[in-house]
Design a binder for this molecule. Structure first.
Ligand code: R5P
Length: 295
């Protein structure tokens, strides 16, 4: 494989370090200064001719996004080929105008990354297929963390588990999870009030007497979807309920509210570092980089 510099964005230093170790790259940690007005200044001491810029764009979202673009742009200006590794890609939920007059922000993000010199984007469980379509086909790779989460679930000693998607958008995802775990799956009906953001989830038709239920989602943000889905499953007799996702944004007191709703544990990948990040994406991302840049 070509020699690669793994540039650790400020949001993803641990993950970048794991990727660098895995692929035998040269880890570069830019110097960061954040001014009192919130502006970032980044200095990259040395840049190779192939750079993987690792930066997840969790909150502060816009700061992390701009930092990813600043680093990519500096590497590209220095003559490097730039591959952005953005495990959690913010704004992917804004993939269509839900209400008249709304902007499709993921389209803008695609253009801004291209303008920053990014030639390839490696991401993880991007929110929708529609969002993928805003990037040139050969320039985006969307890694699924679902097999990794399901492998982790195998170690959880679950009792007659059922895998559950809180909404129709995760229907394919939960079928794949259930296939790897070796159980059946259910997709719940969720609706969201577009004006207030309020979520409601219908209980499933099936009785779940005594079964463990594993909720599988791409992300947990406010926690509203998981709380409502957990209540719907408990209503149908589920024994223990677990919440697993690729991206644990876990905003505000959402983790506390999820636990108070009776969820036994939350398990996320390390796309966003938090105390629930139990599934390492390093090897899967490293394989994606290696297969793209193998000589
Ligand atoms: C929605 O379509 C997504 O797949 C997630 O279910 C959602 O974004 C989670 O958000 P929250 O935790 O705020 O309910």
């Amino acid at each position: 494989m070509r020699q690669i510099s793994v540039i650790a964005g400020p949001a993803s230093i641990d993950l970048a370090s794991r990727i660098s170790t895995e692929i035998g790259g040269n880890l570069v940690v830019p110097e960061l200064r954040v001014f009192p007005d919130g502006e970032s200044k980044l200095r990259i001491p040395h840049v190779g001719d192939l750079c993987a810029v690792v930066q997840s764009t969790y909150p502060p979202t816009d700061t992390h996004l701009l930092q990813a673009m600043m680093i990519s742009s500096k590497c590209a200006e220095s003559g490097a080929e730039v591959c952005a590794v953005i495990p959690y890609l913010a704004y992917a939920r804004q993939d269509r105008p839900f209400l008249e007059g709304e902007s499709v922000t993921i389209s803008l993000i695609s253009k801004l990354l291209a303008a920053s010199g990014v030639k390839c984007l490696i991401t993880v469980d991007i929110h929708s297929k529609l969002a993928i379509g805003f990037f040139p086909k050969d320039a985006i790779e969307n890694i699924s963390s679902i097999p990794l989460l399901a492998e982790y679930a195998k170690s959880m000693k679950l009792n007659n588990p059922v895998a559950v998607s809180p909404d129709a958008g995760g229907a394919e995802r939960v079928v794949e999870f259930a296939r790897v775990l070796g159980c059946d799956s259910i997709t719940l009906k969720k609706s969201r009030d577009r004006a207030t953001g309020e979520v409601s989830v219908e209980p499933p038709n099936a009785e779940l007497g005594g079964r463990d239920a594993v909720l599988v989602d791409d992300m947990i943000s406010s926690g509203g979807s998981i709380v409502k889905a957990a209540q719907a499953l408990q209503h149908k007799g589920a024994s223990r309920v677990y919440a697993m996702c690729a991206h644990g944004l876990l905003l505000g007191d959402s983790a506390k509210r999820i636990e108070e709703a009776g969820v036994s544990d939350i398990i996320t990948t390390n796309s966003i570092p938090n105390k629930y990040s139990k599934v390492d994406l390093g090897p899967a991302i490293s394989r994606a980089i290696a297969s793209r840049y193998r000589e």
